[in-house]
Design a protein around this ligand. Structure first.
Ligand code: GLN
Length: 581
């Protein structure tokens, strides 16, 4: 018998409209196959012309996800990492901007001398090369094509997929179409017509779905399944109902109830390598769905286009990290979305802040709402309510401490007030000229960086007790293998504990103030050694407080349902009123 050829490709396309959970469905299929013992890679295709998601507006597009290697990517990659509990790289994202940039660069370098460089085959070949590259060494590659079938922008990608199918054989490429079945109120009936049209449009590209996942408010009945079966020419049991679910993490379990994994195995003529073990996953899902208790947390952020949806989307990975940490603590977490502008204007009074058991000040940029964030931090510090500051949150906690404890009246970050007498947060040196020359794309301090933790700190306790220190040790060894990554590790010190978190910032704590501020009680509990004698502060904590921690990093980018971020875990524990040490 011929040995099996790997990787196998699962192409996920969307019909009818976007935003129906294609990313979650892709991540869920990936998780099922991982549980069956396969090695999974996943690629998100974003057909926009931006080079990456870094320059997109977060309130329109959702928060930017940052990978270890500094890629700024769509949140779907975040879903893959959160579900699969594995790290992906910028290679796992393809944008039209990147594809064209490379083809044009190659053309300038004479790679296509004498040829007319065209959409087909040059652009589609580049797409194919990138997909194959992301799949090297894996058993399955899930390829999610952003947008909706029928978008002009998708055409070169569909062509590339068709060509890939021809190259590797259609037995190695299967298609999943995710559609939406609306139930218009005035009709009161679930309509299959838009799905039929999506199937038709897909077939115009020579693609015939092997599975159709039907997103809808409710489950699909047999009449509608039958209709879709006839139209798409596939078995009814390959038409999978995927009704709305309050809890994303239950979706792979729902798919498994429908035996989706087994059906995919059959389609590829494969057998599960191991019996899947869902115990931990089910336990966490169960806690999220039926929490024995819950805590109220306030997320104090800058909300521009108010309207619940965009607002939550711009802090999606923070909210997910909170959920993971809750599940690990056997506790549900209700996040209250508090507008920093409203705290600043006084619309939200201290009386209202008293309702919450913990405050998160997440990452952010620019002036708006800053004073509201600082007021919240002061409130949390003085009233001994747990506080977690992420990136901008750390910076503003340092500003607050400098102003209100160290007597530096107009202390500030120079991002907010360049004329302050006490620039406690300064621009990172290497960022100065980048800003001067308006080179905003992909130029922040991005991706994984090592931090050395101070012995006898709460931060170290948390990284140790959650075993993250050990996990990160493996990552450090991997980074050491490639000289080009040395800048991510910086200068390590013998026998000192090291952790790795992801970053996305231009400003840092000004080292000129570190001594004064520490003397007044704020502890700098972790740092990155840029050189032997140049440090960048990575963590702060207040030893006299039950839980007051800030980090220059975004630990939410390394949080997954199965291994939550240590800092979020500790924060929720403290909010539940459990002593950390
Ligand atoms: N604006 C701050 C900086 O650039 C913080 C960034 C962030 O929170 N991601 O350093």
């Amino acid at each position: 018998m011929k040995p099996k050829q790997f990787p196998k490709y699962i192409i996920v396309t969307g019909g009818v409209m976007s935003g129906v959970g294609k990313g979650i469905a892709t991540a869920s299929i990936g998780l099922i196959l991982k549980k069956y013992g396969f090695k999974i890679s996943a690629v998100k295709i974003d057909p926009y012309i931006n080079f990456d998601a870094g320059t997109l507006r977060p309130t329109e597009h959702g928060e930017v996800w940052v990978t270890d290697d500094g890629g700024e990517i769509d949140q779907d990659l975040g879903n893959y990492e959160r579900f699969l509990d594995q790290h992906f790289s910028r290679k796992n994202n393809i944008t039209t901007g990147q594809v064209y940039a490379r083809v044009i660069e190659d053309e300038r370098n004479g790679k296509f001398l004498g040829q007319t460089v065209q959409l087909i085959p040059h652009i589609s070949n580049e797409i194919k090369t990138r997909i194959k590259e992301a799949g090297k060494g894996f058993d399955f590659v899930l390829v999610e094509i952003g947008g909706t079938i029928g978008d002009y922008e998708n055409i070169p990608y569909l062509f590339a997929i068709k060509s890939l199918e021809r190259e590797v054989g259609d037995e190695n490429v299967k298609h999943v179409l995710i559609t939406y079945l609306p139930t218009p109120r005035h009709i009161g009936e679930m309509k299959t017509k838009p799905t039929q049209q999506a199937i038709k449009m897909l077939s115009e590209h020579g693609i015939f779905p092997d599975f159709i996942l039907c997103r809808a408010k409710e489950s699909l009945d047999s009449v509608r399944k039958k209709k879709i079966e006839i139209y798409a020419n596939i078995d009814t049991d390959h038409v999978i109902s995927a009704p709305d679910s309050d809890n994303l993490y239950s979706i792979p379990l729902n798919f498994e109830k429908d035996n989706l994994g087994e059906k995919i195995m059959e389609e590829f003529n494969l057998k599960k390598r191991v019996k899947p073990n869902w115990t931990d996953w089910k336990k966490s899902v169960n806690i999220i769905e039926h929490p024995p208790k819950h805590v109220d947390i306030a997320m104090v952020g800058k909300y521009l286009d108010i309207g619940d949806f965009s607002l939550k989307d711009s802090y999606i990975s923070v909210a997910q990290a909170v959920e993971h940490a809750g599940a690990k603590n056997n506790c549900g977490v209700k996040i209250h979305w508090i507008s920093a502008q409203d705290v600043e204007s006084g619309k939200i009074k201290d009386r209202e802040l008293k309702k919450y058991k913990g405050f998160i000040v997440p990452g952010g940029f620019g002036k708006e709402g800053v004073e509201g964030k600082i007021r919240t931090i002061k409130f949390a510090r003085e009233n001994k309510i747990p506080f977690l500051g992420l990136c901008f949150g750390l910076q503003l906690a340092v500003v607050e401490y400098a102003r209100n404890v160290c007597g530096m009246k107009n202390a500030d970050s120079i991002e907010i007030n360049p004329d302050t007498d006490y620039p406690v947060i300064n621009i990172i040196k290497s960022q100065e000229s980048i800003i001067k020359h308006n080179r905003y794309g992909g130029s922040m301090r991005l991706g994984a960086y090592a931090a050395i933790l101070e012995k006898n700190s709460m931060v170290l306790d948390l990284y140790k007790s959650t075993k993250r220190i050990e996990e990160d040790r493996e990552q450090i060894e991997l980074l050491k293998k490639d000289k080009r990554n040395m800048f991510r590790l910086g200068v390590l010190e013998n026998n000192k504990p090291v952790v790795i978190e992801r970053h996305r910032h231009r400003y840092e704590v000004n080292n000129d103030f570190v001594d004064v501020i520490s003397k007044m009680g704020l502890k700098f509990s972790g740092y990155h050694n840029l050189t032997k004698d140049e440090r960048l502060m990575e963590f702060i904590e207040l030893p006299s407080h039950p839980f007051f921690i800030g980090t220059q990093a975004h630990p939410e980018f390394k949080s997954s349902l199965i291994s939550p971020s240590p800092l979020f875990y500790g924060f929720i524990r403290a909010a539940m009123n459990i002593k950390i040490r």
